[in-house]
Design a protein. Structure first.
Length: 429
């Protein structure tokens, strides 16, 4: 497989061209022939014009790429090596939502041929590839797993907004269903991954490795959030405590904050779901999720109490929220926990304006049912710095004092203005 791809006798197809799939497709397309498939024709039209719908890549990133963008499933029949990189979110009950993954498996299964390879990159619980996806591949193709086609799992590790730890510079974990496929899949990824490839012993090990990467971060951030609640009662600044503790060489650097997005705020639920199937009900993971899921409510409650202490009437108070994406310098609004803060503040009767230079107003309206503010509309009684976009880092107290009705509150959720605010009421996690 590796040799045929490198000699351009075979083609590689990427199913799903979002944050994960498009960078992978373009990297491979600089070395081998690639088919980039997405089931949304409007996204395909943008990519044909060298526009990344996710706003992560530049038009120059599309240059010198041998790639055919398509939303036509028949085009996938030309491929022999398939990479599935579709979203795996949770539903309203915080259970794994595998609709896109199973649909992609059916799409691939319908075009699968003898000798083909299928590699999944979508984050799942251990066993999902073999228990949920492979049966669909067999059913749709009428082929036998291992005998007629091979399957592997190589978890995505892309960090949206990170221009340093890009795809090729992050070590890739790969796996296969047998020794031959494990080696072939690893060699295929080595075509583009300069940081090296780690060969996991099995598909389940690779699946589990990915799920605990984000679960570990989630638990550590939950600990920071709980510390923030404790230290707030003691009148201690959490960031000052973390700086002091961080002088020890083995202290882990984490910070409190809202935990959203499509990875850290989602993946732990895949692990707790699967562990429950084996009769184990997680305590630490569930506790961490409970803390992080409740942070929006906690932040809003603290802000309301601060406003009351400043003598503000809530029904007449205006709040400016700076940032709604799930993290800094990205356009992704999926599972943004800033929205929890906004909704909670509105429950208290406050008027809330939201600005974000990176988010799409249309996407925000469709996803959350409210509009972003096109302009600043002074004067505000509180400003919430919710996301540390680069554009916001340049703001200073003089700017903030010019748009508030003093006395006013600056709620700095990321601690980016610490020690810079002298006249406004300052609060951070």
């Amino acid at each position: 497989m590796y040799k045929e791809l490198l000699e351009r006798k075979y083609k590689l197809a990427v199913i799903g061209l979002g944050y994960v799939g498009l960078p992978i497709a373009l990297e491979f397309a600089r070395k081998i022939q690639v088919i980039g498939f997405d089931n949304k024709p409007d996204r395909i039209d943008l990519m044909k014009r060298k526009i990344d719908p996710s706003n992560e890549l530049e038009s120059s990133d599309f240059d010198n790429c041998n790639i055919h963008f398509t939303s036509n499933t028949d085009d996938l029949r030309e491929a022999n090596f398939f990479i599935v990189a579709v979203p795996t979110p949770i539903d309203e009950h915080k259970k794994p939502d595998l609709k896109s993954l199973l649909s992609a498996s059916a799409t691939v299964g319908n075009v699968l041929k003898k000798g083909d390879y299928v590699v999944y990159e979508s984050t799942v619980y251990p066993g999902c590839t073999e228990d949920d996806c492979i049966p669909i591949l067999e059913q749709k193709s009428s082929l036998k797993f291992k005998k007629d086609f091979k399957v592997g799992f190589s978890p995505e590790r892309i960090n949206p907004g990170d221009k340093n730890h890009t795809l090729t510079k992050i070590m890739k974990v790969t796996s296969g269903c047998d020794e031959e496929s494990a080696e072939e899949i690893a060699k295929v990824y080595e075509i583009v991954i300069t940081a090296g490839v780690y060969r996991a012993n099995s598909i389940k090990v690779a699946e589990a490795a990915k799920i605990i990467e984000n679960t570990q971060r989630d638990i550590n951030i939950a600990f920071m959030n709980e510390l923030s609640m404790i230290f707030a009662k003691m009148g201690i600044n959490t960031y000052e405590v973390l700086e002091a503790a961080g002088t020890k060489w083995n202290f882990l650097k984490f910070s409190p904050g809202l935990v959203g997005g499509h990875c850290i705020g989602v993946d732990p639920y895949y692990l707790t779901y699967k562990s429950a199937k084996y009769g184990h009900h997680s305590k630490i993971i569930t506790a961490g999720r409970s803390i992080n899921d409740s942070m929006g409510e906690y932040v809003a409650r603290e802000i309301v109490q601060k406003l009351i202490s400043l003598g503000k009437e809530l029904k007449n108070s205006k709040v400016l929220v700076m940032g709604i994406t799930f993290k800094e310098n990205v356009s992704d609004i999926r599972n943004s926990k800033v929205v929890d803060v906004i909704r909670e503040l509105k429950q208290y009767g406050l008027q809330v304006d939201v600005i974000d230079p990176h988010a799409s107003p249309e996407e925000v309206r469709d996803e959350y049912g409210f509009d972003l503010s096109e302009t600043i509309k002074p004067r505000y009684d509180a400003i919430i710095a919710a996301v540390n976009h680069t554009e916001f880092l340049k703001k200073d107290e003089k700017y903030f004092r010019g748009i508030v009705h003093e006395p006013a509150l600056l709620a700095d959720l990321k601690g980016i203005y610490r020690d810079k605010i002298k006249h406004l009421e300052y609060w951070s996690l």
